[in-house]
Design a protein around this ligand. Structure first.
Ligand code: URA
Length: 207
């Protein structure tokens, strides 16, 4: 029979061919190898301003995000908005200095909100590489373990958080996911420290 397509190679080729964010969204919409697409109502590509200095990379859409087609609009998303508002950043800001750009490792809601598998993360990674290259933020925030696995190749958010790393060719700050903070409010202390570290880095490198 015909040779099995390599999903990661196919993802790399499709992502590389995209020359704009709209083109990348279309490439994801046409990518046939990730089964997550079949359980989702909408492709959740991104929200906020692609001109933002800060790009937040979450895990995957949940129910509310799948219904609305926008990332981080449910309870965790509302907390995320409040957290970043506390350091003067907002997804609806027109000024790149105070704007946010927000995407997820998976643009599709996984069934029962399960974690994306290692295979799924591997085939989605070329799309995020291209997404970051096209948006070209100054730095990225890796929200939670799945985002660290995709961006850094490892999990362990409790140890990774608060330490600047490099992902997608950008300085990258792992942080606790707001869904985790909703379950573990005392961890907001660490999240606040990380937000202050982000604010300090942005003002050090202000153009
Ligand atoms: N959690 C995520 O990681 N992303 C979303 O868009 C919503 C919840």
């Amino acid at each position: 029979g015909a040779p099995e397509p390599d999903p990661v190679a196919a993802a790399r080729a499709a992502a590389a061919a995209a020359t704009s964010l709209d083109g990348l969204r279309d490439a994801l919409g046409a990518y046939p190898h990730c089964d997550l697409r079949h359980g989702a109502r909408n492709l959740v590509f991104a929200d906020g301003s692609p001109a933002a200095r800060v790009m937040i990379i979450g895990e995957a859409p949940g129910r509310d995000e799948d219904l609305q087609g926008r990332p981080f609009v449910g309870r965790a998303g509302q907390l995320l908005d409040r957290m970043f508002a506390a350091i003067g950043l907002a997804r609806d800001s027109a000024d790149p200095a105070s704007a946010l750009y927000i995407a997820n490792v998976s643009p599709w809601r996984p069934p029962q909100n399960r974690d994306p598998s290692g295979e799924e993360i591997a085939m989605l990674r070329p799309f995020m590489d291209r997404h970051v290259a096209l948006a070209d933020p100054d730095l990225v925030i890796l929200m939670g373990n799945i985002s660290c696995e995709a961006g850094l190749g490892r999990r362990g958010i409790t140890r990774l958080r608060g330490h600047w790393a490099e992902a997608y060719g950008k300085p990258a700050l792992p942080m606790f996911h707001p869904a985790y903070l909703l379950r573990n409010p005392p961890a907001k202390r660490e999240a606040w420290a990380d937000l202050l570290a982000l604010r300090a880095r942005l003002s050090e490198t202000a153009k």
